[in-house]
Design a protein around this ligand. Structure first.
Ligand code: HEM
Length: 107
């Protein structure tokens, strides 16, 4: 017997997230989402031990990419498949161009 957890199911449930397709970071403010409704790192006693480290790493990475590069989606309306994780079918290719200080360092 095999159990597969459909990770996107709670995110699309209007009882848990009223506007699931809207980018609304305020939903994480205050007490944040209901327990076990936002589960990229699992939940309960076996929840990911590296959760805070991973979040910090991702934050630093995104900060530097947004600050130092202009980026453009090469396939703007690329389809997403659910396998069961949401995955861009062509791998989400992007074009990165240095901006600001990095761009002048390159000249
Ligand atoms: C984006 C990055 C990461 C994601 C999405 C992720 C996700 C997960 C998930 C879904 C689980 C299973 C939780 C459960 O069964 O309820 C898990 C377990 C675990 N993760 Fe991560 N993880 C990430 C990064 C990391 C990092 C950086 C570390 C260590 C430095 C780490 C260490 C662990 C460990 C040790 C467990 C097993 C915990 C246990 O079974 O008690 N993870 N992770």
């Amino acid at each position: 017997m095999e159990d597969i957890l459909e990770y996107q199911c709670p995110y699309m449930d209007p009882k848990l997230f009223q506007t699931p397709k809207t980018l609304d970071t305020s939903r994480f403010e205050g007490e944040g989402p209901t327990p076990f409704s936002y589960i990229p790192f699992g939940g309960g006693p076996r929840m990911c031990l590296g959760k805070e480290f991973a979040r910090l790493e991702i934050l630093v990475f995104i900060h530097n990419v947004v600050k130092d590069f202009r980026w453009k989606l090469l396939i703007p309306n690329e389809k997403i498949e659910y396998n069961p994780m949401p995955t861009p079918i062509k791998g989400l290719p992007i074009l990165l161009q240095p901006s600001g200080d990095i761009a002048s360092d390159c000249q």
